[in-house]
Write a protein that binds this ligand. Structure first.
Ligand SMILES: [Zn+2]
Length: 873
């Protein structure tokens, strides 16, 4: 936009134009030419919020407040009349003021600026206020409008907002950028029987007729993406623990299940708050912390100030929940709570640094949950929950730096993924290790204090940390944060004549895109018959030599990355690879067992071993593994190897022995969470007639597994699995399950998924086509599940045509869907495929669409990584 628009507005004023025209009529051809030019410039009001627009507004606007009112009707389809009063100070009025409102022009009803009704000038999702109506200094803008529906998640009897990263402007007119923090005051009119939750505390509630009016207290300064409310039919529970009172809104109808989880959910929030207050030395920065549990919520959780939203099933766990699920719940709660400090109190200046709030939330969550789970091996847990996912994206053709460039906020949604959520926390732990725990903590405390209720960049943080360490962090951080890809390292042990080791060398096989080598710390483990020796190592450049002075004999195997913070493909030498794979080595250290399994999986993906080789290792290890995190890791790997790395023939040969082993483990084990973990895998890979009958009998209640209750969601999963295994009975099974399902939200989900499970390919095609309508993609987790069933390995022969169709739909999905949806959608589509044809379709599409959005292409390449790696005809 720059300085062009003021001239344009000057010319728009007809009086001046007429005068100009009279005096300068001989210049008519020139003037017309200029006008055409200026009209072209007007189209420079582009969709979304560009960095230039955001910077200009951030410098010009201050003292921002929004007073919002929404009149929410009971009917899902009725429109929502709304009003906003915006107060702001302007430093200058050299340019028109652009408000963001991504709706159609008709949604805007009346705009009043400084008590004067003004014409509505609406271009490319922006309401443009002419400077002639504005003051330098204080301004009041009042807008009457119909709320945009896109981010309102409207269901039959509840709705909720989800405005991250740039969706506030789909709901109401605002300055939708993270570095224009504002105080929000909200009033809601809702049906009398509804409850609601907002960022601020409820100050007043009045009823008239069938409606009630709710007024909420003004918030502290927050970014637009953190504004949120939920309203509808909810149950509410309030508890006070250690002087903190909180309320939980939820919809789960199984009151026994709720009761079993309630105390734990509140406890986890309180312990997270206390931990963070202690670590940061800053009291909880916002007045209240309530939370709303939503069925079908798009994410695990979202950290709105005063009003955290969660996926209901992530917090209200089944009685048979595994330790892993309990730990994941604790982490999720700690993650969202940590955002109160990291993200809500101090917010990134621009969404290119969104990774920073995510990395700290994950990092703090991992630290905070430890005291709650003394029985869990946290290093192992960190390893398992970060490395495999980070590698899966970083090794793919879609790898990107942790910090990504972002020109326009409308593309912010595509920045999220495993590089941010899984790789960045590993890098942050490397940074903490490099600096030392205490200086690192001090640095973070200063960062939070200096930028409270404001915004900061990664470079701001590094400047603070750099002061506290003699090491040059800028160079170290450059390669890890601003460059793509992962290291590939080779380890070699050099022996002397007496067969003693002299030194171990670690060579970096690959350099970074800017031709540098990653620096990192890790540990090397040497395995002997009766002992394991761990040696710390600091990898500095192309080649690192580690002198061995103790005269150690050659070990049976070497694990070059034996710590939870070493990162990269640490290729195993042939001898070590064979030793680990044989399963003959007894490893008592549970962390090392997990690290070995992850290292072997990397060898499988890098084609150093075959799927059948690895299957042998997995079955042998599963038989002996008692540690729950490792058990879950092995079961997950088994699922991937079974469906992705085995050919149809190999699969049918190995099915009976896998089923037998899992069935034996289900019955031998006495712990419900272990039984449940084995049973889920048994259900997911059952293929034989015998196993199918067993599953059918369990589902129909003819038989049961002693000590393993089957809950309603598990019954539904079973019914879905059975309808794939027994296509001729599919519709009867699903119809019976629909009758048996009591919870209304789960019933709706099953109804939605039903046609995707149909044995009739025409019905499945029609179901897929229904997804072209954005309305039918509203509940994203349902769509992801449905599409996964549609492309299940048992159905792939009839589903390759969905690949191109899905890729064609992906841009549209990104526009209408939430952050994680495009990646989840395309991952679900490709999940079952392993044929060269499927790989060909993906490659062909990308070739034929050279202008496909760059970040979206990355998501496709990440999702297709295993498909490109291994194909079975
Ligand atoms: Zn987060």
């Amino acid at each position: 936009m720059k300085q062009i628009i003021p001239i344009l507005y000057y010319l728009k004023d007809f009086k001046y134009f007429k005068m100009l025209f009279r005096k300068l009529s001989f210049l008519l051809p020139f003037i017309l030419g200029t006008l055409t030019f200026m009209n072209a410039q007007k189209t420079e009001v582009v969709a979304g919020v560009t960095w230039d627009l955001a910077s200009e507004r951030a410098q010009n606007i201050s003292g921002l407040t929004y007073q919002l009112f929404f009149d929410i009707p009971a009917e899902k389809s009725a429109s929502i009349p709304a009003k906003v009063d915006i107060s702001l100070n302007l430093k200058h009025k050299a340019q028109p003021l652009l408000l963001d409102f991504k709706v159609s022009r008709e949604n805007l009803q009346k705009v009043t600026v400084n008590k004067k009704i003004v014409p509505i000038d609406f271009v490319a999702g922006h309401l443009i206020i002419d400077p002639i109506y504005l003051n330098v200094g204080g301004n009041k803008i009042q807008i009457e409008f119909i709320a945009g529906n896109q981010s309102l998640n409207r269901n039959a009897d509840f709705l909720y907002t989800l405005l991250v990263p740039d969706r506030a402007s789909t709901l109401f007119p605002c300055f939708d950028q993270p570095n224009l923090k504002a105080r929000f005051t909200l009033s809601l009119q809702v049906p009398k029987s509804w409850d609601a939750s907002a960022n601020g505390a409820l100050t007043k509630s009045t009823s008239t007729g069938l409606k009630k009016m709710l007024h909420y207290k003004e918030t502290q300064p927050i970014s637009t993406y953190l504004f949120a409310f939920a309203a509808g039919k909810f149950h509410r529970v309030s508890q006070e623990k250690k002087g903190r009172s909180m309320s939980m809104l939820f919809r789960e109808t199984d009151s026994l299940k709720v009761a079993q989880n309630l105390d734990k959910i509140f406890d986890l929030h309180v312990t997270s708050i206390l931990w963070l207050e202690d670590y940061t030395k800053i009291p909880m920065p916002f007045e209240k912390l309530d939370f709303v549990l939503l069925p079908g919520f798009q994410y695990g959780g979202m950290e709105h100030v005063g009003n955290i939203f969660y996926k209901e099933s992530a917090l209200i766990l089944e009685e048979s929940a595994t330790d892993n699920q309990k730990l994941a719940r604790a982490r999720l709660i700690a993650h969202e709570t940590a955002h109160y400090w990291f993200g809500d109190l101090v917010t990134m200046n621009w969404f290119n640094d969104v990774w920073l709030k995510e990395v700290f939330a994950n990092f703090m969550a991992a630290k905070a949950v430890n005291p709650d789970f003394p029985e869990v091996n946290h290093e192992l847990s960190f390893l398992i929950s970060h490395h495999p996912t980070a590698y899966s994206e970083d090794r793919s053709g879609g790898s990107h730096p942790i910090q990504q460039a972002l020109e326009n906020l409308k593309d912010a949604g595509s920045l999220y993924g495993g590089i941010i959520y899984q790789k960045a926390p590993i890098v942050m732990r490397q940074l903490e290790k490099l600096m030392g725990t205490e200086p690192f903590q001090k640095g973070l405390q200063k960062y939070l204090k200096d930028f409270s209720y404001a915004n900061a960049t990664w470079d701001d943080l590094i400047s603070i940390l750099d002061e506290l360490t003699p090491i040059s962090l800028k160079e170290w951080a450059g390669i890890w944060v601003k460059e793509a890809g992962m290291p590939h390292l080779l380890t070699t042990a050099l022996m002397n004549e007496d067969s003693n080791m002299e030194e171990i060398t670690i060579q970096q096989v690959k350099s970074s895109p800017s031709n540098k080598h990653w620096q990192q710390e890790t540990e090397i483990a040497l395995f002997y018959a009766d002992t394991i020796i761990k040696i710390p190592v600091r990898i500095n450049g192309l080649k690192t030599s580690l002198p061995i002075s103790k005269g150690l004999k050659k070990p049976l195997a070497i694990l070059p990355n034996a710590s939870a913070i070493g990162y990269g493909y640490f290729q195993l030498d042939d001898l070590s690879l064979q030793t680990f794979l044989s399963g003959k080595l007894t490893v008592n250290d549970e962390f090392l067992r997990g690290a070995i399994s992850i290292a072997l999986m990397e060898e499988l993906i890098n084609r150093k071993i075959s799927g059948n080789d690895y299957l042998g290792y997995l079955l042998h290890s599963l038989k002996n593994e008692k540690e729950s995190l490792n058990r879950q890791l092995l079961l997950g790997q088994l699922n991937t190897v079974f469906w992705t790395f085995l050919s149809d023939e190999q699969r049918s040969v190995s099915t009976p022995k896998i089923e037998r082993l899992l069935w034996q483990l289900i019955n031998e084990n006495t712990f419900v969470s272990a039984k449940s973990a084995y049973f889920s895998t048994f259900r997911d890979i059952a293929l034989s007639k015998e196993a199918t009958e067993t599953l059918f009998d369990i589902w129909s209640g003819k038989t049961n597994i002693p000590g393993l209750p089957i809950s309603e969601p598990q019954q539904i999963d079973l019914a879905a699995a059975l309808s794939l295994l027994l296509p001729e009975q599919a519709s009867g099974i699903i119809d019976t399950q629909l009758i048996k399902t009591l919870n209304p939200d789960r019933k709706k989900r099953l109804q939605f998924i039903k046609p995707f499970l149909s044995p009739d390919t025409k019905k499945r095609d029609a179901a897929f086509e229904s997804l072209y309508d954005a309305e039918n993609r509203n509940v994203e987790p349902w769509v992801v599940d449905a599409v996964r069933y549609l492309n299940h390995p048992l159905r792939v022969k009839e589903s390759t045509h969905y690949i191109t169709q899905s890729l064609e739909l992906l841009e549209e999905i990104q526009k209408t869907g939430d952050i994680f949806f495009p990646r989840q959608f395309i991952t679900a589509v490709l999940s079952g495929h392993q044929s060269p044809t499927a790989a060909y379709y993906v490659k062909k599409f990308l070739q034929e669409h050279p202008d496909f959005p760059y970040r979206l292409k990355n998501k496709v390449l990440m999702a297709a990584d295993l498909l490109f790696t291994i194909q079975h005809p």
